[in-house]
Design a protein around this ligand. Structure first.
Ligand code: GDP
Length: 436
């Protein structure tokens, strides 16, 4: 999805104003990207209509290129689609908080119960796991194993097959032991059936859970979203945990589920291990999906840091293609002042991709500095004259290796190419990079 979106935005390169035709062209790509990611057709349609309405004809902000402007709108709409703000667990006023895990068999329900218990334990709570999946063979044993691994006690019974009874006893046990959160692993089926729903409704009526979390298998895409809607219709879900977001899943479910069911995503699971569970933040997820970060943050930071004169100077150099290693060093230093380099570079549309594999951490930066400082002024101005014997000398002088010097020259080349692209595609002021 991220790659497709990047491609869609790259088409908006260097246009002065958001024209209807350009926006439509970019949105066609966005549409394909979303459908390919298995986002539901209706959700895609509404989503694009909103973006189009906001984008077309809009005055492009002074400091933004048209591409950045569209990315900004898409970003904001993605956040909105996923529910704006993080929704936390609804903690009970008087503990224990009772949480049901519901969903179809194989979606990761049992695993998620254990992951959540582990997560809460690390938050300083005292969870209890309850094994009430009496339907899937060995589900209870599995929960006991996972509980032992997580260091969380498990209540279950192997001598009764009454799920409601096990859940009831489990909650009572939690109360006796003063535990503050009970996670009930309920039964799942291979498909939604009346018996399953009726059992869950009985369990809900009796135990009045504070949370009913649906485990949604991201790999199952839209099918899973439809199942979520059915569960929601019967049980009024309070939240969703999207599982298996690692691996090959196309991720569209994360985008659709809120719009289709109204239930917010509260956690995502990204692996099989106990610690592979993350609280869900719509804004962070949108940034991740776009792979381009928050353009506004970039601009605020960049504008604080870059004084106009230096920017103008740089622009001139880019135009005249006289950008040299001296400038490269200057750029690296000013980037460092702005914060963690890699983070910052990722904020620049297109740069994330262009600099993939180019390492720019602090230690590396100090090394780069040493190398450049070991060069003669002539070499800094004209890196192309740095032949093998010069490289050897520079490596010695900077306490690095010839490979290090080679790598720096290559990074510089990458940067120079990028600069050329930016200056070609730059917006009104030509100060900020365009999608390249
Ligand atoms: P249940 O039938 O819904 O209780 O499903 P399980 O909890 O037994 O999970 C089914 C399978 O999916 C197991 O092999 C889990 O290890 C795996 N699984 C669960 N969550 C994730 C996840 O987030 N990522 C990956 N890759 N596998 C997962």
């Amino acid at each position: 999805l991220t790659e497709r979106l990047e491609r869609a935005f790259s088409r908006l390169r260097g246009r002065g104003k958001l024209r209807e035709r350009d926006v439509d062209e970019a949105l066609r790509e966005v549409r394909l990207a979303l459908l390919e990611a298995d986002v539901s057709v209706e959700v895609v349609r509404d989503f694009l209509a909103r973006i189009r309405e906001r984008a077309v004809g809009q005055e492009v902000l002074e400091s933004l290129t048209p591409a950045q402007q569209v990315v900004k709108i898409v970003y904001e709409e993605l956040v909105r689609l996923m529910g704006e703000a993080r929704e936390d667990v609804r903690w009970a006023k008087s503990p224990p908080t009772v949480v049901f895990l519901v969903g179809l068999q194989g979606t990761g329900k049992t695993t998620t119960a254990a992951k959540l218990a582990y997560h809460f334990l690390r938050e300083g709570r005292s969870p209890l796991l309850v094994g009430a999946d009496v339907y899937r063979p060995a589900a209870r044993e599995q929960l006991e194993t996972l509980g032992a691994k997580a260091g969380v006690p498990v209540y279950t019974r192997h001598d009764v097959d009454d799920a409601v009874r096990i859940a009831r006893e489990g909650v009572a046990r939690a109360r006796e032991e003063g535990r503050d959160v009970v996670l009930v692993d309920t039964a799942g089926r291979l498909h939604v059936d009346e018996e399953l729903m009726a059992e869950l409704e009985r369990m809900k009526a009796e135990l009045a859970p504070h949370e009913i979390l649906f485990t949604l298998d991201a790999m199952a895409g839209q099918d899973a979203v439809r199942v979520a809607r059915e569960f929601h219709g019967r049980l009024a879900l309070t939240g969703v945990v999207v599982t298996k977001l690692d691996g090959d899943s196309r991720g569209g479910a994360v985008l659709s589920v809120r719009a289709v069911t109204g239930a917010p995503v509260k956690f995502v699971a990204v692996g099989e291990k106990l610690e592979d569970l993350e609280p869900f933040y719509p804004d962070r997820m949108a940034q991740r999906i776009l792979g381009m970060g928050d353009i506004l943050t970039l601009i605020e930071k960049a504008e604080r840091e870059l004084d106009e004169r230096r920017a103008a100077e740089l622009e001139r150099k880019m135009r005249e293609a006289t950008f040299d290693l001296e400038d490269f060093l200057e750029q690296l230093r000013s980037l460092r002042r702005m914060g963690p380099l890699e983070e910052l570079l990722k904020l620049i549309p297109g740069v994330g991709g262009a600099l993939r594999g180019v390492s720019v951490d602090e230690r590396e930066l100090r090394r780069l500095e040493a190398i450049i400082l070991s060069m003669t002024p002539e070499e800094r101005r004209r890196p192309e004259i740095v032949n093998y014997s010069r490289r050897k000398r520079i490596a010695r002088g900077s306490g690095t290796s010839v490979q290090d010097v080679n790598r720096l020259l290559k990074q510089f080349e990458t940067m120079r190419k990028l600069m050329k692209q930016m200056s070609r595609g730059a917006g009104k002021k030509g100060r900020l990079p365009d999608v390249g």
